[in-house]
Design a protein around this ligand. Structure first.
Ligand SMILES: [Zn+2]
Length: 825
């Protein structure tokens, strides 16, 4: 906050005591608006104009100028991104609210935690005084670039408008505007776009990940909180501001609807309060009506995107009793207009959308095709932002009350018999870094975690999925149960406990319980593709024990517990090196010197990025290996281990210079020869998931993928946690438990055609599904999940699954480290 504003504010407060807050703002605004620069006057172009782009430096500069010139705007730097750019948030509200941000933060803290509120009287006072806190976040996916440009116009409009509705918005709401949660990506895209202008590449997909590690997966990190950006924003939202509404602004493909708005499609996550889903629907329909009234065609609701998965910018808020809104505008070609001919419009039917040509109740006014401009996208996003803010202002008291009551319900809800009341992380598991990481992710998002300072007596057991129908049936039907809970057991000091009775009850449940995704099939009997993954249970991915607790002997007064406030307290407790500054404190698990190359293809690959993330986090050195390096050969002189991250790798003459996850990367005969020579002369080639296919075929390995070619009516597993049984005598399995949880995302299962194949792990024969959705489980039961095959003097290690999925699957990281450690004798 700026000294000038405080002085002016105090002066007005003293000199105009008789004025209501309405006239207060009316008096204040004209003085300030006279000197507020428009985006055009600073940038030299209007945001959203064809073939223009503001990079991050320009966006930060514009917001700094707004901060200086408008008393409705205050800009804060939250910290620095992965590539060291400033990450900013602009608070926008009436001047008197901007002057009192700490007061409103405190009101939000109490509304978010009803235990701090003495009764209904105090609740009503907080509701009377509070403001609806709204977050708008732009362009987390950097190629969905328009919203980042829109953010400057939105801020300017709110800083200068004098109409009644804007003043009501400013008085009743506090907007936290995040021009982008991925500033590094804004610059990557701006640089690429400027270079491409006027060339055949103009407006094309960018040939690199637009987040240093995660690319598009930067919006898959909101419960794991691996990335710097996610950490900074998560702490702002769920430890400081507790917004009632979070709006995440995206773009989709070019040939479908012009604008997708909630309500969402099925299935809903059962841990989301129904009231939230209704409120999401109300806001969505308000936006849809406003965009339609402004003359836009092609607005779609109730389709494509669902609320099942946890972990996105707009889905994580549901688990904090907050309303998450998503919009997906049809994309232009970055900032270049596109022309869509009617015959290019989508005609296929998917998840609630019949066709882009046909009017339906949830899509009443199809767009006929034509020219589509960045300014169209920007206008719709400005209207949507305004719709949300005007509802937030008009129904301020309802939003605050609903938020408070949902939080109260989370605390007061009585457990059903034999259902969890807490989850415990028992001490002495021997997986201290994984335990510290889980607790760090939880406390970053404001979940209460307690350390046992004295032992407790608990009834507890692992929460598992049990199949309730015949194991030979294709469609599984599962129920959750807590196993082995016959007696009270003592749980020692230094264990950690997470109670369900806290405002974030649904977050704790959604992170700790195994997911059961409903069997959803199309009319043709094929599996209906979910929006994202179906299972993500945190302790299962992390490979730690966190059983469900159903009873505690000690009454509250007898328990000696300490609330964990700082992750270093946990690290100290576990005798781990303390976290200091930016460096990861984790000690490398590789005890010897090994030269590792991680293949980075010309087609950007998120799995490659996450592989680098995991290696950097564990301080394991590596080099990136480009196509040219592989083709050149003599890899053995530089590397002991080469890793091919999961990616479809096809043989082709000219490897593509651009591509995406959907576009396979190309390898040439020369690169395969390079890899073969490397293995033949003693190297270790490690393949993750989809990369196995190319290796098996090109190396003619005696193993095949039994799932290849199966229709989704026979087998489907789109992102689930599966059990694998490990051969502990194999050095790759050294030190790991006999059964592990592996992440399977349309992955593989192998069958050996030669006894020379050394099997390290197989998918379990019983209870293979741990969390998520598995259709046709008999197809993979007992098949190979991890194998090692000798080739010449070296060997190939084939992971059928994703051992490092999104940096979340710590339980299977040791298999990677062991594969590397055993590469040199
Ligand atoms: Zn997106």
């Amino acid at each position: 906050m700026r000294a000038r504003s405080i002085v002016v504010g105090l002066w007005l407060l003293l000199s105009l005591p008789a004025l209501s807050s309405t006239s207060f703002a009316q008096n204040a605004a004209p003085r300030a608006s006279a000197v507020i620069p428009s985006p055009k006057s600073v940038l030299g172009f209007s945001p959203g104009a064809d073939r223009t782009i503001a990079d991050w430096g320009q966006i930060v500069d514009y917001f700094a100028k707004l901060d200086k010139s408008s008393d409705r705007v205050s800009v804060q730097t939250l910290g620095f991104t992965t590539l060291k750019r400033p990450l900013i948030v602009a608070y926008i509200s009436a001047r008197e609210n901007i002057l009192a941000l700490p007061k409103y933060k405190e009101i939000q803290r109490q509304l978010a935690d009803p235990r701090l509120v003495s009764g209904d009287l105090q609740r009503d006072r907080l509701i009377a005084q509070g403001k609806t806190v709204v977050v708008i976040s732009c362009s987390i996916h950097s190629t969905e670039i328009v919203a980042s440009q829109m953010s400057m116009q939105l801020a300017y409009d709110l800083a200068t408008a004098q109409d009644f509705e804007t003043k009501q918005i400013l008085q009743n709401t506090i907007l936290l505007l995040i021009p982008s949660p991925n500033p590094d990506g804004i610059d990557i895209v701006a640089k690429w776009y400027r270079k491409s202008l006027g060339t055949p590449q103009e407006g094309r997909e960018i040939p690199e990940l637009y987040h240093h590690y995660a690319g598009h997966d930067d919006n898959r990190d909101w419960f794991m909180i691996n990335l710097k950006e996610t950490q900074l924003i998560t702490r702002l939202l769920w430890r400081e501001w507790f917004p009632q509404i979070v709006y995440d602004v995206h773009q989709q493909g070019s040939n479908g609807s012009r604008f997708f708005i909630p309500p969402f499609f099925d299935p809903p996550n059962p841990n989301i309060a129904p009231l939230l889903l209704r409120q999401v629907g109300l806001i969505g329909h308000k936006i849809a009506a406003d965009v339609q009234a402004a003359g836009f065609k092609g607005v779609l609701t109730n389709a494509l995107y669902d609320t099942w998965w946890h972990g996105g910018f707009r889905t994580a808020p549901y688990f904090h009793n907050s309303i998450g809104i998503l919009s997906e505008a049809a994309s232009a070609r970055l900032m270049t207009p596109s022309t869509v001919a009617p015959e290019q419009l989508t005609r296929s039917s998917t998840r609630g959308m019949r066709s882009a040509m046909e009017a339906t109740t949830n899509f009443p006014d199809p767009w006929p095709g034509g020219t589509w401009r960045p300014s169209d996208i920007m206008q719709m996003e400005l209207i949507a932002s305004r719709s949300i803010l005007s509802l937030a202002a008009k129904f301020r008291a309802e939003y605050l009350k609903n938020f408070f009551e949902l939080n109260r319900k989370s605390i007061d809800q009585q457990p059903q018999t034999n259902s969890p009341i807490a989850y415990v992380i028992p001490a002495g598991q021997g997986k201290d870094e994984a335990v510290a990481k889980v607790i760090s992710s939880l406390i970053d998002q404001g979940v209460e975690v307690y350390r046992l300072d004295k032992e407790l007596h608990l009834t507890y057991g692992p929460q598992i999925l049990q199949r309730t129908n015949s194991a030979t049936e294709k469609l599984g039907s599962y129920r959750r149960l807590i196993a082995n809970t016959t007696s009270m057991q003592e749980v020692p000091t230094s264990s950690y406990i997470i109670f369900l009775s806290q405002p974030q009850r649904s977050n704790v449940v959604a992170l700790f319980e195994p997911q059961i995704y409903p069997n959803r099939l199309t009319a043709q009997g094929e599996a209906e593709r979910p929006y994202d993954v179906t299972g993500w249970t945190l302790p299962l991915q992390m490979g730690i024990d966190a059983p469900a607790v159903t009873a505690i002997r000690e009454i509250a007064a007898e328990r000696k517990l300490t609330l964990v406030k700082d992750i270093n307290d946990v690290r100290r407790d576990l005798a781990l090196p303390l976290a200091k500054g930016e460096e990861s404190p984790i000690k490398s698990p590789i005890m010897r010197s090994v030269r590792v190359g991680i293949y980075k293809s010309s087609a950007p690959n998120m799995d490659e990025g996450w592989t680098r993330f995991v290696f950097d986090t564990f301080n394991v050195p590596y080099s990136s290996l480009r196509d040219a390096d592989v083709k050149q050969g003599s890899l053995q002189s530089k590397y002991d281990v080469v890793i091919l991250p999961s990616q479809r790798l096809l043989m082709q003459e000219n490897p593509q210079s651009t591509g995406s996850e959907e576009t396979p990367a190309g390898l040439t005969d020369a690169s395969v020869t390079g890899l073969r020579d490397f293995v033949a002369s003693g190297g270790t080639l490690i393949c993750f998931d989809a990369a196995c296919d190319m290796t098996i075929k090109q190396f003619e390995l005696p193993i095949r993928n039994v799932l290849e070619g199966l229709r989704s009516s026979d087998f489907y597993c789109p992102g689930s946690i599966l059990a694998i049984d490990v051969d502990s005598t194999n050095p790759i399995a050294r030190g790991v438990p006999p059964t592990l949880n592996a992440y399977f995302i349309n992955s593989s299962a192998f069958e050996a055609t030669d006894p020379a194949v050394r099997v390290v792990a197989r998918y379990s024969k019983d209870n293979v599904l741990r969390s998520g959705w598995l259709l046709g489980e008999s197809k993979l039961r007992g098949q190979i999940a991890l194998a090692e095959i000798g080739v010449g003097k070296g060997r190939v290690v084939l992971f059928a699954f994703r051992p490092q999925h999104r940096g979340q699957t710590w339980g299977t990281f040791p298999l990677i480290w062991n594969s590397i450690s055993t590469s040199v004798k």
